[in-house]
Design a protein around this ligand. Structure first.
Ligand code: BTN
Length: 249
């Protein structure tokens, strides 16, 4: 079970993911930080934070095999969403709607605005006959970072709370750990048991998108966690992870 037994908090660190990738810390070690000087996201992007106002979290897990790696980010996204809902209920601020943007992002709809609330970055290395998997989560807790012009996202960053919210980001940690445990993140699990729940939050369903110059309509997330796309000839193709961001039209 994941607990806070191996938990290190830094005031400032280069990147919590990088730290775990470089060190030999035990299974389940958690790193959190107030700020990162070289936080990173997918597609070699930078991940910006506002010191003390962003939830910055990484955990290292070791697995003998990683057949579940293709849907790990979806399960983590599900755990983050359910943990947020539980926390919001407990503090009576239950007025927000969350979505999973396949495969790694969490979107928030608040005051008629939809934006990127959180991103998940999973990095793996094979070492000493086992897989080391580092799961990083960055969540805009209160206030949103400014992003550089060259890093324009379709969804601008949005924060979970307003600036005057009095709880620190680390308040979220217990909620997150509870849900990561509930969704058995430590074991190579069966995606099918979680698929229905994930589909409930599937933001891209029926969206028109463009990949590599071609237009598609997004369909369901299949039994392997892959995304199904329908092309102009009504054929269904599936994609696994994509090496460029999906362009929503
Ligand atoms: C993305 O949206 O592309 C993923 C962002 C992931 C950011 C988190 S913050 C904690 C961990 N450390 C990093 O350097 N990145 C991840």
């Amino acid at each position: 079970m994941l607990t806070k037994e191996h938990w290190i908090h830094f005031n400032s660190i280069s990147s919590t993911n990088q730290y775990l990738l470089e060190s030999q810390l035990p299974h389940g070690t958690i790193i959190t930080a107030d700020t990162q000087t070289a936080g990173r996201g997918r597609y070699s992007r930078k991940w910006y934070d506002i010191p003390g106002s962003t939830f910055i979290f990484s955990i290292v897990l070791y697995y003998k095999e990683i057949s579940h790696i293709q849907y790990l980010s979806l399960i983590v996204a599900l755990a983050v969403i359910e943990a947020i809902y539980k926390m919001l209920k407990d503090i009576d601020l239950d007025d927000k709607q969350l979505f999973i943007k396949w495969p790694n992002d969490i979107l928030l709809l608040r005051n008629n605005h939809i934006g990127k609330l959180a991103g998940i970055l999973i990095e793996t290395v094979y070492n000493y006959q086992q897989w080391k998997v580092v799961i990083g989560i960055g969540l805009n807790w209160k206030k949103t970072p400014l992003i550089e012009k060259k890093e324009i996202y379709k969804f601008a960053p949005i924060s979970l709370f307003d600036e005057n919210f009095d709880k620190k980001p680390i308040f979220f940690l217990d909620y997150l750990l509870e849900k990561l445990n509930e969704f058995s993140i430590e074991k190579p699990f069966d995606f099918l048991s979680y698929r229905d729940l994930i589909i409930k939050y599937h933001f891209l369903k029926n969206k028109k998108i463009k990949i590599g110059g071609e237009e598609y309509i997004i369909q369901q997330i299949d039994n392997n966690g892959y995304l199904q796309l329908q092309n102009k000839n009504n054929q269904i193709i599936t994609i696994n992870d994509w090496n460029e961001e999906i362009e929503i039209l």
